[in-house]
Design a protein around this ligand. Sequence first.
Ligand SMILES: [Zn+2]
Ligand SMILES: [Zn+2]
Length: 250
Amino acid sequence: MRVIDLLFPRRCPLCRAVLDAASDRLCPACAEAFSRECAARCAACGRPADGCTCVPRAAAPHLTPVGGRAVLFIGFYDPERLPLTARLLYTLKHSPDRAASAVFARAMSAALTRRFLSCGEKPSGWRITYLPRTPAALRRDGFDHGRRLAALCARSTGARLCTLLDRSGAEEQKTLDAQGRRENAEASLRLRRGASVRGEKIILCDDVVTSGATAARAARLLLAEGAEAVFLLTALRTGQALPPASPEVP
Ligand SMILES: [Zn+2]
Ligand SMILES: [Zn+2]
């Protein structure tokens, strides 16, 4: 064990238990609870996250399906029924600790690779970018967790990380109603100066998809600039969840 680990032991970001193995990001109890929550099902279609095709209506027309999916996410944002996932998301957004981004990115990368390879699509032929935080959120937290997720997903899937979008002067989306979100997203997002996307296939990475308004705006921008395809990869989708289906009794 390194001296630094004795002085400042690495801790589970959710329960603060000291982590034993260097590769652990969550303690065994929280890791198990998280994977149980990830098996929850969509209340609308009854499928688990990686099979749910309930694409937010605003985003659907602008995204490109790969293997039957235009949006891929690994869990649901439902704080009442899935409290641990909600806390992990909070840590991802607001804590400098990188454990939460590693946990989400690992699951997102695995889901993306499975989905792409199942239809002969190679992630390495795609670029990966992120929906940048608003300047206000960046000032408050000091980092962009969307970029962290995209960078980790790039590393483990082989997609090429690029910063393609800029956002300025926008209000934080969560303080707005649906109409306000749409207008705010329209007003604030633009292609980064000098970025070229002609003929490129682009994975757009984000933490949570709610109305899909920002993702739709980003996808429209990228397609208007000549991008060939835009696919949305998020950690979570907002929506009610049902408990996992019980295993079939033979
Ligand atoms: Zn824990
Ligand atoms: Zn669904």
